[in-house]
Design a protein around this ligand. Structure first.
Ligand code: HOZ
Length: 433
């Protein structure tokens, strides 16, 4: 054997384990993660590193497989790596990955969004939900000539300066609902009210109605767990906005194209002035969008005075992935399947938790199990959850090969790739509670 040939006994570098990657990540990435909630601070322990995902299964570098109920935080509505998305991305990439000049997929995506979400007459693409929300807020301020915005405690709209005030998601998990680094002069322009509390909102409008540019909300708040608007609540918000000339913005980054083709606004029959979108329309690639009434959207540059732009906005790979995913959902009526899977999961969860101090919420393919028996209708109720008990259940589920979001204050997601058997397995760990 020549010296140049590898010997059968040569030492191969050991494949990295989750633990070794975590130690390396901690040295070079703040907190070891590129988005805080992934650090497992809400549940303790070390995160695992995933290098493969297919259908409803994720596989970590240590070779463990988990049934995934996070679905990359919402986008994976068909499960991971669906063939239609892989094919669309592969084919599109052969012709270029970014042009920075108009491309045909942008037109197809804009037409698709406007068809599926009738309140959206014109739409602009961004690269993330955060960017979409940031732009929608600027547009609302530019259109109305007003500065104040109203948001709801526990709603999370990405890490936009004006909206990291009493925010949900990772900010809530880490106990930092108000971020450092946001000028107080900006934060004072954000009024916050509890969700499902109409009187509180009426109070803000009474006091500051003529200053309010917009009211922004997740119509189904899903960043402090998941709770639903009470009957008539969304209608009442819309009425107040109209009476005072404020715009109504629905943040449907999570619910858009997931709860129904037209999102939560289709289910609740409300027509917001502006809508922010993301996740599902990118098929797992970075994407966001905001759209609404043409009269408002036409205030954007180059038509109007509100500036908004992006080198990678309308990126062909993201749009090819998103369009492929939406087409497959429409072709197979994926929403009906998701509702049926959601109902099956709900039935087995409810029977497993009967008589236990737990509260389960579900709408379509989104769900949350709160470790409290108090009814949860807003952030204050959600915070009554026993987060230590949640953490124990999270780790017990992980040991059973089930991955839920690593925080009490996140929603769970079902995909069309989950089977009734997967859903039953997800409730196993509940029996031990
Ligand atoms: N804010 C996201 C959940 N609502 C988490 C995103 C991530 O950590 O990837």
């Amino acid at each position: 054997m020549s010296d140049l040939q590898p010997s059968a006994f040569s030492l191969q570098p050991a494949a990295p384990t989750s633990h070794s990657l975590w130690n390396r990540a901690l040295r070079r990435i703040p907190g070891g993660v590129n988005s805080p909630v992934r650090a497992f601070r809400g549940v303790g322990g070390e995160p695992f590193f995933v290098n493969k995902a297919k259908g409803c299964t994720i596989t970590d570098v240590d070779g463990s497989e988990y049934i995934d109920f996070v679905g990359t935080w919402g986008p994976a509505i068909l499960g991971h790596a669906p063939q239609v998305v892989i094919d669309a991305v592969t084919e599109t990439a052969k012709h270029g990955t970014s042009f920075g000049i108009p491309n045909p997929l942008e037109v197809e995506m804009a037409e698709t969004i406007c068809r599926m979400v009738p309140s959206v007459e014109k739409v602009r693409m961004t690269n993330s939900g955060t960017e979409a929300v940031m732009s929608a807020i600027r547009l609302a301020r530019g259109f109305t000539g007003r500065d104040r915005i109203v948001k709801f405690e526990g709603c999370y709209h990405g890490h936009v300066d004006s909206l990291l005030v009493k925010a949900g998601s990772g900010a809530l998990t880490l106990g930092q609902p108000d971020s450092a680094g946001i000028p107080s002069s900006l934060a004072t322009l954000t009024s916050t009210v509890p969700f499902n509390d109409l009187e509180a909102l009426q109070g803000v409008f009474q006091e500051k109605g003529s200053e309010i540019a917009c009211v922004i909300l997740e119509p189904v708040p899903a960043n402090a767990g998941l709770y639903l608007p009470e009957p008539g609540y969304l209608e009442a918000i819309q009425k107040l906005c109209r009476e005072h000339g404020a715009l109504l913005i629905f943040d449907e980054v999570m619910t858009g194209f997931r709860l129904a083709p037209g999102g939560a606004q289709e289910i609740y029959g409300i027509t917001p002035d502006l809508t922010t979108l993301g996740k599902v329309i990118g098929g797992g690639l970075p994407v966001g969008a905001f759209g609404g009434r043409a009269e408002i959207m036409d205030h954007l540059a180059p038509l109007g005075p509100v500036y908004q732009a992006g080198t990678l906005s309308g990126n062909p790979l993201a749009l090819a992935a998103g369009l492929a995913q939406l087409k497959e959902m429409e072709r197979t009526n994926g929403w009906a399947l998701l509702e049926s899977l959601g109902a099956q999961m709900e039935e087995s969860v409810r029977s497993a938790i009967r008589g236990k101090p737990l509260t389960f919420h579900r709408i379509g393919s989104m769900f949350c199990l709160y470790f409290t028996e108090v009814p949860v209708r807003n952030l204050a109720d959600a915070k009554k959850s026993d987060t230590a008990a949640f953490a124990r259940h999270f780790h017990a589920s992980l040991r059973e090969g089930i991955y839920f979001a690593p925080s009490q204050f996140e929603a769970g997601f079902i995909s069309t790739a989950h089977t009734p058997e997967d859903l039953k397995r997800a409730t196993q760990a509940l029996k031990a509670l």
